[in-house]
Write a protein that binds this ligand. Structure first.
Ligand SMILES: [Zn+2]
Ligand SMILES: [Zn+2]
Length: 254
């Protein structure tokens, strides 16, 4: 599996750190995890044809994780109506509430339900414990992130596993989901000196990685304040394995 970090940043506008977006390539199939503003542009920069994506997994409905969904669907709708793309559709997975969220915006903005533009896609709320998507096995866990319905995802293929947290606070759910994973991508919004109630600090990231026994930790979703601190050192106080500070367009093979 090859993971490309499309956006290592947050909702803070930045030329170097785009908002949350992660691309997974597994045996010529492409998956997106979160689709914040700038994700489509970063896909172009990574040289990946966005029309090949058949599955999108959304962790929660904050704008920095979902805003480009409407950009993408609007584009596909137009391309479908002009015959530029065929019938192969898309499954969009997300937490409870994503259907209502999607329908409200669709009525106002994209109008994908209009039968003239019947680009085939499905919005699916995470209910079943495990799902198969393309050539991936996907597990998930409900996590705490303020008042949001939020989930984290675990992707497995060929005996390898990657976990992507989305936004969350410290808790047992993410530790259980990440158990012995080959790669754990955690949001790291804050240095340990400036904790937040609904996000992780670098030290908490280290604790989660250590307690879950993962092989490698990536710190991502980096607020500008984290640039002023040695967040790698803060995570390494707890986790003895390799720790990486995410960058846009960084590729990691698992
Ligand atoms: Zn976020
Ligand atoms: Zn959030």
């Amino acid at each position: 599996m090859k993971l490309t970090i499309l956006g290592s940043g947050t909702h803070y506008p930045s030329l170097v750190r785009s908002a949350a977006g992660y691309l997974l390539e597994n045996k010529k199939k492409y998956y997106l995890f979160d689709i914040g503003p700038g994700t489509i542009r970063r896909l172009l920069e990574a040289g990946v044809d966005y029309r090949k994506i058949r599955h999108i997994f959304i962790t929660h409905l904050h704008g920095d994780h979902v805003a480009d969904l409407f950009h993408l669907l609007f584009t596909l709708k137009v391309q479908y109506s002009t015959g530029e793309i065929g019938k192969a559709g898309m499954d969009i997975f997300g937490p409870k509430g994503i259907k209502k969220f999607f329908n409200a915006l669709d009525n106002q903005v994209v109008n994908l339900r209009n039968p003239i533009f019947s680009f085939p896609f499905r919005i699916r709320e995470m209910t079943k414990e495990n799902i198969n998507a393309g050539n991936l096995k996907v597990k998930w866990a409900k996590v705490k992130h303020g008042s949001q319905q939020a989930v984290s995802y675990r992707l497995e293929s060929g005996g390898k596993s990657i976990v992507y947290s989305g936004d969350l606070e410290y808790g047992q759910e993410i530790i259980k989901l990440s158990r012995n994973a080959d790669l754990l991508i955690l949001e790291c919004s804050r240095p340990e000196q400036l904790p937040s109630r609904s996000h992780l600090t670098a030290a908490e990231c280290g604790r989660i990685a250590a307690e879950a026994g993962v092989k490698k930790l990536v710190l991502s979703h980096l607020y500008p304040i984290t640039e002023k601190y040695d967040i790698i050192k803060q995570a390494k106080k707890y986790f003895k394995g390799p720790v990486v500070r995410a960058k846009d367009l960084m590729e990691i093979r698992v």
